[in-house]
Ligand binder design. Structure first.
Ligand SMILES: *[C@@H]1O[C@H](CO)[C@@H](O)[C@H](O)[C@H]1NC(C)=O
Ligand SMILES: *[C@@H]1O[C@H](CO)[C@@H](O)[C@H](O)[C@H]1NC(C)=O
Length: 532
């Protein structure tokens, strides 16, 4: 019944993939991001990683106040000028283009940030950005202690509607305080209620719902991070953290990990869901195509960031970099995910699945794209679990006290991104992991935590092979108690058939159950094959 239906769907899905034509009939505007070719310009989105980098630097410099401002107000992405016009004008529609002069003396193009009523004098104008990542914007102010100003509007000047020089509008503003950012690390969480929670009948989105369920707050990420910045307790329904006893290094590490793995990580998924929403709107127009592919491009930009470069070999600071860092310790790098060097298996798969997903989106195959989103969510969950395991291990066994302490903060932050998913599989295992990984906990049992997670890998959409084990390069073995687990599913497929044969003589109920499992496994295989 249900299972058969799924198999049939997958069959037509595989066939449809074979029939797809090359999708490069849209203009390639964007710079390549770690090998992915965005169809639209997302350089400004990718530059959000510069906020994460700057915040981290400020944390390392012990400047918690400024780090918090960069987190909340931004510095690099979606720069806009808040200007005051010296005279009134008619109604201005969102995205109306204006031209002014930059501090560096160049013409600068800006777009109305939103609609402005006739007579409005306080305008927000968003700076145009470049297709080229290294020069995406020369106005990076916000809460940047060392702002880049030469691409910003001059303090006193005029802006005119693009193409209509006669209608020059005089304005004033302060370039150092009135250049702000519309996209911030905090905004990914504070905007979640509207964008992931209450966005229509499809919301809350399935992955976001697990966190919403657990913490009981739409902006759980921002609440967690602000409590850390302010060294206080959180007020969630579950998963509460008390930051008061945290040492400074542990606190800084926790913040750095949480902004990435709570706020940005979930927003990446939101972009893929947004692409599906746009797809499901079912319009046949080109503009509709643009929306959904653009959303996917943005998801990749937020996953990877600008610092990775076009080949993905740069020093990034977002999820892409985390996956590549962890694969070295878990022996999950390389095309087969079993070596300690090179690109992570996770990233290779995410990018190859993304290429296929974009082709499906272009072909309006929305339901099929859903499988790819699920697969990608599973893949990007892997580094969260690896990070939790590594930080837990270090919090117990690192040689020096300082490293153990910092790892405690890190483990608590990873727990905040993993335990809500685990909670969706087992409340008791989730509660145990959460309790053991509290900063002040002295009851850490690595094997118990590892097994509590492993019991639910399938439920969490990940596998033992993907997660790997903590590898000790000095002795070429897994570290004690930290080896990769073995998924029953991956190891016993041949013997399962024998059991199935034996099962003929056994109760029919058990037999049906077994067949269902086997059919589902075939389903997974065909999904895997169809990618090739
Ligand atoms: C933090 O950074 C800001 C901006 O650079 C600076 O004004 C402030 O003095 C710094 N505070 C500390 C404690 O270093
Ligand atoms: C798991 O999460 C989904 C929503 O994402 C929810 O529908 C389901 O009830 C949850 N299951 C449990 C056991 O919490």
């Amino acid at each position: 019944m249900g299972v058969l239906q799924i198999s049939l769907n997958l069959l037509s899905f595989s066939l449809s993939l074979l029939l797809l034509v090359d999708h490069h009939d849209i203009v390639i505007n964007g710079e390549v991001i770690a090998g992915y070719k965005p169809a639209y310009q997302v350089t400004d989105h990718a530059a959000l990683d510069l906020d994460q980098q700057l915040m981290t630097w400020l944390l390392e410099a012990q400047n918690l106040t400024q780090a918090s401002l960069v987190y909340q107000k931004g510095a690099h992405s979606k720069s806009y000028a808040a200007i005051t016009l010296q005279q009134t004008t008619g109604k201005i529609n969102k995205n109306t283009a204006f031209v002014g002069t930059s501090i560096g003396g160049e013409p600068v193009t800006l777009y109305a940030y939103s609609d402005f009523e006739a007579g409005a004098t306080e305008l927000k104008l968003r700076y145009a950005t470049s297709d080229i990542q290294s020069e995406y914007s020369f106005c990076q102010v916000g809460k940047n202690p060392e702002p880049v100003l030469h691409g910003c509007l001059t303090a006193l000047g005029t802006v005119s509607l693009e193409g209509i020089q006669s209608a020059a509008l005089p304005y004033t503003y302060n370039p150092e305080t009135d250049n702000k950012n519309g996209r911030t690390l905090a905004g990914f969480s504070t905007g979640a209620e509207k964008k992931m929670g209450k966005c229509g009948p499809q919301c809350p989105y399935v992955d976001y719902a697990k966190y919403l369920n657990y913490f009981g707050e739409f902006d759980y990420g921002n609440q967690w991070i602000m409590a850390a910045f302010e060294k206080r307790e959180t007020k969630f329904s579950m998963g509460n953290v008390d930051f008061r006893p945290y040492s400074q290094p542990a606190l800084h590490k926790a913040i750095q990990v949480a902004t990435l793995n709570m706020n940005v990580w979930m927003y990446v998924i939101r972009e893929f869901e947004d692409a599906l929403d746009d797809c499901n709107k079912g319009c046949a127009s080109d503009q509709c195509n643009a929306d959904k592919v653009n959303a996917w491009d943005e998801g990749i930009a937020f996953y990877t960031g600008s610092l990775e470069g076009d080949d993905g070999l740069g020093d990034g600071v977002l999820a892409y970099a985390l996956a590549d860092d962890l694969c070295k310790d878990f022996k999950t790098c390389g095309a087969s995910g079993d070596v300690t060097t090179g690109l992570s298996y996770v990233n290779q798969e995410v990018f190859s699945l993304s290429d296929s997903a974009v082709e499906l989106l272009m072909a309006e195959k929305c339901a099929e794209t859903r499988f790819y989103v699920q697969e990608i969510v599973g893949l990007i969950t892997v580094p969260l679990v690896q990070g939790l395991l590594r930080a837990t291990y270090q919090s117990m066994y690192a040689e020096d006290e300082e490293s153990r302490d910092m790892a405690k903060g890190e483990a608590a932050a990873f727990a905040a991104s993993v335990v809500p998913i685990l909670h969706n599989c087992s409340e008791s295992d989730a509660a145990m992991v959460q309790e053991q990984l509290a900063y002040t906990s002295d009851q850490r049992d690595y094997v118990a935590i590892k097994q509590a997670l492993e019991r639910h890998y399938e439920c969490m959409g990940i596998t033992c092979t993907q997660v790997g084990g903590l590898w000790d390069p000095n002795i070429n073995e897994y570290r004690k108690d930290a080896a990769a687990c073995v998924t029953l599913d991956e190891e016993t497929s041949s013997t399962s058939w024998q059991w199935a044969a034996l099962g003929v003589g056994v109760g029919s109920a058990a037999m049906i159950l077994l067949l269902a499992v086997l059919l589902m496994r075939e389903e997974q295989k065909s999904l895997r094959l169809s990618r090739k």
